[in-house]
Design a protein around this ligand. Structure first.
Ligand code: PLP
Length: 231
């Protein structure tokens, strides 16, 4: 018997609760984003039928195409690299943008959100992995981005997002997540809305939850491996 998406979801939800409790946190303190990039709408519908409402997507065009054919009450999280000229595709409906890393991008989100009379929740993606290939602001740039966003009435900064290094070294992963948590704690003193920490994926969910993740972004453990063409 093969495991269904609903089975996988249940396993991940149980695992999240277990990890949160083991870390001395509330069982409900960590919420799950089901990352459906490259997966067909049928897979999203299967997860939706199993009660999932928060979904993550990486590509503006793909999200723009999926949005109108899926239920209205899905909260769409944008978690991929976002080019300023693509903001307009997702601004009418996106719930949270996790990957804000420049003033230019904030400026464009402000402009597009204003056009639709919306306030969009945003997280600053911080470069924590030390790897060349990952996007994100440097830790020392976070203050300037928060300051700029504070002057944008249609952008609400609610936290930080990060991706740890792709490594078997779980202590390194945990240190990187701990660093992001410390950075969030530091800036939360000045910006009390900064409550969210989006960190942890299928492979490093445990380390992220131990270090305070409030959102985990899980794809392959729910929907299966993606085609290598699409990462
Ligand atoms: C693809 C992706 C995920 C999910 O990764 P899995 O390893 O499939 O769980 C999470 N976060 C980001 C930013 C991603 O691009």
């Amino acid at each position: 018997m093969t495991q269904t998406i609903a089975d996988n979801l249940q396993i991940i939800r149980d695992e999240i609760k277990k990890l949160a409790t083991a870390a001395g946190r509330d069982a409900g303190a960590v919420r799950l984003i089901a990352v459906s990039k490259t997966k067909p709408v049928e897979d999203v519908q299967a997860a939706y039928a199993a009660g999932q409402r928060d979904f993550g997507e990486n590509y503006p065009q793909e999200l723009k195409d999926k949005y109108p054919v899926l239920p209205e009450d899905i909260r769409w999280h944008f978690i991929g690299h976002l080019q300023t000229n693509k903001v307009k595709y997702i601004a009418p409906f996106v719930a949270v943008i996790h990957t804000v890393d420049s003033v230019r991008l904030i400026e464009e989100i402000e402009k597009q959100a204003a056009k639709y009379d919306r306030i969009i929740d945003c997280l600053i993606q911080v470069h924590i992995s030390g790897e060349e290939t990952k996007f994100g602001a440097l830790p020392e740039e976070v203050g300037d981005l928060l300051k700029y966003a504070a002057g944008c009435p249609h952008v609400r900064m609610t936290g930080l997002m990060g991706m740890a290094a792709l490594t078997e070294d779980t202590e390194l992963i945990q240190r990187q997540f701990a660093g992001l948590q410390a950075l969030r704690d530091q800036w939360q003193q000045e910006y009390p809305l900064l409550t969210e920490l989006s960190m942890g994926m299928s492979s490093d969910m445990a380390e992220a939850i131990a270090e305070g993740a409030t959102w985990v972004r899980v794809g392959s453990a729910i929907f299966g491996q993606r085609s290598y063409l699409n990462r």
